[in-house]
Structures are given as structure tokens and as C-alpha cells.
Design a protein around this ligand. Structure first.
Ligand code: G3H
Ligand code: 13P
Ligand code: ZN
Length: 330
């Protein structure tokens, strides 16, 4: 059993309290490898932002849970070396069993998500409560979820979304004891968040997605005032990155995300945590494709992973400063 406190990590309680009071949101960026982790830490140190490092089940399989935990411990030391001891949370993204959450808590994670959103309501309550009871013994914070996001990722898949029912949230929070709640108001996972027929097109033929359901968010806020809300599936799918990928041999069709002005608006509400993964994947892939296409003789991975890391860092800084408003809040 390792306590995250010994590793210099923090749980999400205090940073969410401050985000709620200050009307901004904390970035939750997924990482699977060293370059992503370096870019996240460099961007958040330079902007003096707290950050949540997220590890998905897919990341655990790809990179190994133990190695990722040591990388997060390294991230704390790296941030200090860069000159700012920013609050860093190590969070399990989309945990689906009690055993997985327990294993992460025992290894030094400071926060876990138990995603029972696909289960019948009472089973979601029971599973979430069980994780909370274990996690709180070690002062680890827990995110639950009500409502289903559409979208396909390696390990997170649902064909149809179901908005969160505001009439359920008070009961869920009371019965489970969760510290934050992920809700479904129209965001979705991946780079193709909406089908073209769900969107309109602007004069340039760019797809414009349907707006988020701020009415549902407001109703939820009324029922659980001051309670930290989480938005998953919050990539904006920057069209300049999609264009670079497609210019250099990619084949991304009808990729569309959540407009940043809607996320900016959400960040000033009870939304305290915003999950962004796909935008980082796009930035990284665009940079790598460009280098390999323009310099076909290049075969030193540092020569394409380095520019990818630079592009990621710029993307993360933009999210912190221009979208979430968490700069200078460390
Ligand atoms: O919500 C899902 C995250 O983007 C992680 O995706 O399971 O492919 O690592 P992944
Ligand atoms: P995106 O696919 O929109 O980046 O969402 C990531 C996410 O919700 C991770 O849990
Ligand atoms: Zn998610």
C-alpha cells in the first residue's frame, strides 16, 4: 500500500473547491507515454495551473499501471525542477470494477472514477458506494457518473447517449458519497462526436455540432448546489490539426468536436473538471505525420516525437489559458 501523499500528489477536493469558487475548471489530460506526460507538466507549470493526470484502462494495458504511477511521481519532481510545485492529481479514468479502483488506490492514485453509468441505477449506486467507502479510508477522492455519453474509444464504447436525469442526481450523490459527478449533456468521446446529419454546415462547409444542453446542467446545479461536476468527451477536434493529418496521408472524415466557447461557458459553472484526450492525439499525430512526410529520410524518433511534444504543449497551454481559465491558480 502506497499513499499518494508520500508521492507528492494531491486529491481533487481542494482544487475543485477553489475552481468552483473561482469559476474556472481543472484540466484532466490523459497520458500514455513520456512525451504526453512531459508536455502536460511543462504546459501546466508554465501557466501555473493545477492538473489532473488521467490513466484509462487502455493506458494501463498499453503502458503498465505501475510504470504510469512512477511517471506521475516523476511528474511531481519534474514540475518542481521546472520551478513550480503545481498541484498534481493522479486519476483513474473510467474505472469499471471495484477491484480496478482498489488496485489503483493501493498503488498511489489520489483519485479514481468508478463508471457505473452503463448499469441499472441501483447497481450503479451500490458499486459507486462500495468504491467510495474504500477510497475515503485513504482520503482518495471518487468521481461517479450518471447518464451515458455516446462515442467509441478503445475501452469506452456506447452507441447511444442518454442525458443525465436531473431528478436522479441528489439521490445518487447522497446515497453514494461521491466527491464529484460526471454528467451527460451532449459531449461524447472520440474525434467524431456527432454524425454529419446531427450537425449543420457553415458557409465554408464546416460541420457545426448541436449545442450542449446547458438547461440540464442548470437544473442539476439547482438540485446539488456547489457540487463539483465533470465533463467527459470535451475535445474540440481542432480543424487545423485534422487538415494537417489529412494533408499528409491521414483519412479523418467528418471529425467534429465541442466548440471551445461552450466549454469556456461550462467552466464558469459548477463544472470543475474537463476531460480532454482526443485533441492531444490529433495534435501529436498531425506533428508526426508532417515531419515524416516532409523529411522522409528521418528515422530518429526524437526528431518526430520532439515536435509532437512541442505541439502538445502548445495545445495544453491554449486549453488552460483560453478555454478553462485555470492559469495562475496553482
Ligand atoms: O474516455 C476515454 C479516454 O479518451 C481514454 O481512451 O481508453 O482509448 O485510452 P482509451
Ligand atoms: P475526448 O475523447 O473528447 O478527448 O474525451 C476524453 C475523455 O472523456 C476521457 O475520459
Ligand atoms: Zn471519458
Amino acid at each position: 500500500m502506497v499513499s499518494y501523499k508520500e508521492l507528492g500528489l494531491v486529491n481533487s477536493r481542494e482544487i475543485f473547491r477553489k475552481a468552483m469558487a473561482g469559476k474556472y475548471a481543472i484540466p484532466a489530460f490523459n497520458f500514455n507515454n513520456m512525451e504526453q506526460m512531459q508536455a502536460i507538466v511543462m504546459a501546466c507549470v508554465e501557466t501555473k495551473s493545477p492538473v489532473i493526470l488521467q490513466v484509462s484502462s487502455g493506458a494501463r494495458k498499453y503502458a503498465n499501471q505501475t510504470l504510469l504511477r512512477y511517471m506521475a511521481q516523476g511528474a511531481v519532481e519534474f514540475a518542481k525542477e521546472l520551478g513550480c510545485n503545481i498541484p498534481i492529481v493522479l486519476h483513474l479514468d473510467h474505472g469499471d470494477t471495484f477491484e480496478l479502483c482498489k488496485s489503483c488506490i493501493d498503488l498511489g492514485f489520489s483519485s479514481v472514477m468508478i463508471d457505473g453509468s452503463g448499469l441499472p441505477y441501483n447497481e450503479n449506486v451500490a458499486l459507486t458506494k462500495k468504491v467510495v467507502e474504500y477510497a475515503h479510508q485513504y482520503d482518495v477522492t471518487v468521481e461517479g457518473e450518471l447518464g451515458v455519453l455516446a462515442g467509441i474509444e478503445d475501452d469506452v464504447a456506447a452507441e447511444h447517449s442518454a442525458y443525465t436525469r436531473p431528478e436522479d442526481v441528489e439521490d445518487f450523490v447522497k446515497k453514494t458519497g461521491v466527491d464529484s459527478l460526471a454528467i451527460s449533456i451532449g459531449t461524447s468521446h472520440g474525434a467524431n462526436k456527432f454524425k454529419p446529419e446531427q450537425c449543420t454546415r457553415n458557409a465554408d462547409g464546416i460541420l457545426i455540432p448541436p449545442p450542449l444542453r446547458f438547461d440540464i446542467l442548470e437544473e442539476i446545479e439547482k438540485r446539488i448546489p456547489g457540487f463539483p461536476i465533470v465533463l467527459h468527451g470535451s475535445s474540440s477536434v481542432p480543424q487545423d490539426k485534422v487538415a494537417i493529418i489529412n494533408k499528409y496521408g491521414g483519412a479523418l472524415k467528418d471529425a467534429v468536436g465541442i466548440p471551445e466557447d461552450q466549454l469556456r461557458k461550462a467552466a464558469t459553472s459548477a463544472v470543475c473538471k474537463v476531460n480532454i484526450d482526443s485533441d492531444g492525439r490529433l495534435a501529436m499525430t498531425a506533428a508526426i505525420r508532417e515531419v515524416l512526410a516532409l523529411k522522409p529520410a528521418e528515422f530518429d524518433p526524437r526528431k518526430y516525437l520532439g515536435p509532437a511534444r512541442d505541439a502538445l504543449k502548445e495545445l495544453y497551454k491554449h486549453k488552460v489559458v483560453d478555454v478553462l481559465g485555470s492559469d495562475n491558480k496553482a
